[in-house]
Design a protein around this ligand. Structure first.
Ligand code: WTA
Length: 637
């Protein structure tokens, strides 16, 4: 495959950017022309940010899986699409060529059809990072069923909330998952979740860990048995459903500043065009290269840059089931060495945790195949950037620092490897088609360079969020109502003298823990469910490895003599209600919380205390009871 819209020089970047602003419709139509369509669009873009209503490629018809699979078959069918590396290095890796992946997707699409799945149905996928996860995702897309992948670390309660919100009719899962030296009982978690989910009529279970699990008659069925039935039917071909450009492709739940996660909706055409365009440009992918993104498909990074972006570009990618530190902290580097990885895309948290193991796990690995490095999910500190550059890239691989969000569908601000300049800890410049701006609290644009403010985008790009599932007004309120006619990212940023953006972190009540978004209100709700808890307030604090840690201040009414036991029990409740990723790092039992006279918790003060600041807490005169602050300071862990 060649990539006609791949930008190769600084001058080309500038002219592409210029064209994307002057003539966005012409610009994106040129790029969209590279794909296979059943019918071309009547209009490239219709939009308003007030409802919001955004439509890309209206009237066009397509199926994204034909662009990810079928169109590669004739010339590149034997090229590996997926090189899968299991958790346990003694288990064999697996390679699926485009032909094989296509066949498996078609086969599993028949399994779904045999189990009653139709276009528009919502399907929950809760699986380990095995090739079958991508197969399940693509099989849904083949039929026009809407996938809702839930990360394997979420609890039964979180899954139930997501299934209920989307009214999923079918769940695809596995008996269990391997992560390092742990086995996660996925099916048992699903069984607990489904007690509260009457919409689910079928569960398809892949066998992975072979732990004994319960299989409910009439509801549960094995992946392997179902695929054998399709084999017995002679593996019939599976024509792809013809989808409207704006039909839903998937829902992915993400945390916001309220207690309830939102189902971010992406649609078929715009998402396909933008993930492909950003993939080939940011990473400067060259045909035949081996690309390795270490994310889990359960997050947006996995959707856009493990599944849809790379496959639509006919790329070969490594997918890894395990974790970077097992069996030892050299696992990523073993994989780079073994599979001759050219492009590595990972999270700053992973880099920071590996720095802690020193250079031994890196030093005897051959990393000479690497050409491009990338980071995503959270700000990267300069120390981690330089370590990555020096010890992994050996000073010769450009690092792309990619800023984006579940809601943006694809990378919006990033340097392009070797084409536009990098600057440590800066995401740098917007991709063509992306028009960022900074605003102050009142929504006034802050112009000029060397300034900071709240990051907004003023014009739609093809993979912008379309709605929040089942509640369009929530989408408007959350992203389009803070500032008139702007998409508000929730992030703060600064712009340097040359116009490079540096994302400084969330300005709302959302934490970014190890690159995972967690709403403080969600964690508070979970803590408040624990018996004896009267009230709680959760804030973030700087954490050496995770970027941000979770600090919970908890008013506890019961007997406090075993404070340690209480803290452990509260943490266990959070794990049960949300999942281990939201478990507080620190819990402080307090007698009261600093509140204003109107009853609002002053988080600013709690944030300072959590950060270790006890002197300059700012103005505390509006507090109802300033003595509370003294008590909290004394009791700080
Ligand atoms: C943060 C992940 C700094 C940011 C793709 C954003 C970043 C949130 C970067 C979205 C980056 C993501 N530099 N911060 N390169 N990339 N973020 O939805 O706060 O899981 O709003 O999407 O992560 O997280 P999400």
């Amino acid at each position: 495959m060649n990539y006609p819209s791949q930008i190769r020089s600084w001058e080309q970047y500038q002219s592409a950017y210029h064209k994307s602003v002057e003539d966005p419709e012409g610009f994106w139509a040129g790029i969209a022309d590279e794909f296979n369509w059943h019918r071309k669009w009547d209009k490239v873009l219709d939009w308003n940010f007030s409802e919001p209503g955004v439509k890309w490629f209206s009237g066009a018809r397509l199926n994204i899986t034909e662009n990810c699979l079928d169109r590669h078959l004739a010339a590149e069918g034997d090229r590996p699409a997926i090189i899968w590396e299991p958790n346990d290095p003694s288990e064999d890796s697996r390679v699926l060529t485009y032909k094989e992946l296509h066949a498996k997707v078609c086969q599993f699409a028949h399994v779904l059809k045999n189990n009653g799945v139709r276009k528009g149905d919502r399907i929950c996928i809760y699986m380990p990072m095995v090739p079958e996860l991508a197969i399940a995702v693509l099989a849904c897309a083949r039929l026009g069923a809407i996938h809702s992948v839930v990360f394997g670390g979420f609890s039964a309660q979180s899954i139930a909330d997501r299934i209920q919100d989307a009214q999923c009719s079918l769940v695809i899962t596995a008996d269990g998952a391997y992560r390092g030296n742990k086995e996660i009982p996925l099916k048992a978690v699903i069984d607990d979740a489904l007690v509260h989910c009457p919409s689910v009529g079928k569960v398809i279970v892949l066998s992975r860990t072979r732990v004994p699990i319960s299989m409910i008659k009439g509801r549960d069925t094995w992946w392997e048995e179902e695929t054998r039935k399709v084999e017995a039917q002679g593996n019939p071909p599976c024509p792809a459903e013809s989808m409207d450009a704006e039909d839903m492709l998937f829902i992915l739940y993400t945390s916001g500043s309220t207690g309830k996660p939102k189902g971010v909706v992406h649609t078929c055409a715009g998402y396909m065009v933008y993930t492909n365009y950003s993939f080939v440009n940011v990473f400067q992918y060259r045909p035949g290269e081996i690309y390795f993104c270490t994310a889990d498909i359960g997050w947006i990074t996995g959707h856009s840059y493990i599944v849809y972006g790379p496959l639509s570009a006919g790329a070969t990618s490594v997918r890894f089931e395990g974790i970077p530190t097992w069996p030892d902290a050299g696992r990523f580097w073993d994989l780079v060495d073994k599979h001759k990885v050219n492009i590595l895309y990972t999270a700053p948290t992973a880099i920071r945790s590996l720095i802690g193991f020193g250079l031994d796990p890196v030093s005897n690995k051959d990393l000479s195949s690497l050409r491009v490095l990338g980071t995503v999910g959270e700000p990267i500190n300069e120390e981690a950037w330089h370590w990555y550059d020096e010890h992994i890239g050996k000073g010769r691989c450009p690092i792309v620092d990619t800023w984006w969000q579940t809601e943006t569908g694809g990378i919006l601000i990033s340097n392009m490897a070797g084409v536009t300049p990098a600057k440590p800890s800066y995401a740098t410049l917007p991709l063509p088609g992306v028009q960022p701006l900074l605003v102050d609290e009142r929504g006034e644009e802050i112009t000029g360079n060397g300034v900071s403010g709240n990051l907004c985008i003023k014009f739609p790009w093809p993979s912008i969020i379309r709605t929040t599932y089942g509640d369009h007004d929530r989408c408007r309120q959350t992203y389009f109502a803070t500032y008139k006619n702007l998409y508000f990212t929730g992030d703060g940023a600064l712009r340097d003298e040359k116009g490079n953006y540096r994302i400084t972190g969330r300005v709302d009540d959302v934490l970014n823990v190890s690159g995972h978004r967690i709403g403080t209100a969600e964690v508070e709700n979970a803590i408040n469910m624990h018996t004896g808890v009267v009230e709680s307030a959760v804030v973030g604090y700087p954490h050496d490895i995770k970027g941000q840690g979770i600090y919970a201040f908890v008013i506890f009414s019961g007997n406090r003599s075993d404070a340690d036991g209480i803290r452990k029990a509260i943490a266990a409740t959070v794990t049960r209600i949300i999942g281990a990723i939201a478990r507080p790092d620190k819990i402080q039992l307090v007698g009261g919380l600093p509140k204003t006279r109107s009853g609002k918790i002053m988080r600013r003060i709690l944030r300072k205390i959590a950060e270790g600041e006890t002197q300059n807490l700012g103005d505390t005169t509006t507090l109802l009871d300033p003595a509370v602050v003294e008590e909290i300071k004394k009791g700080k862990l």
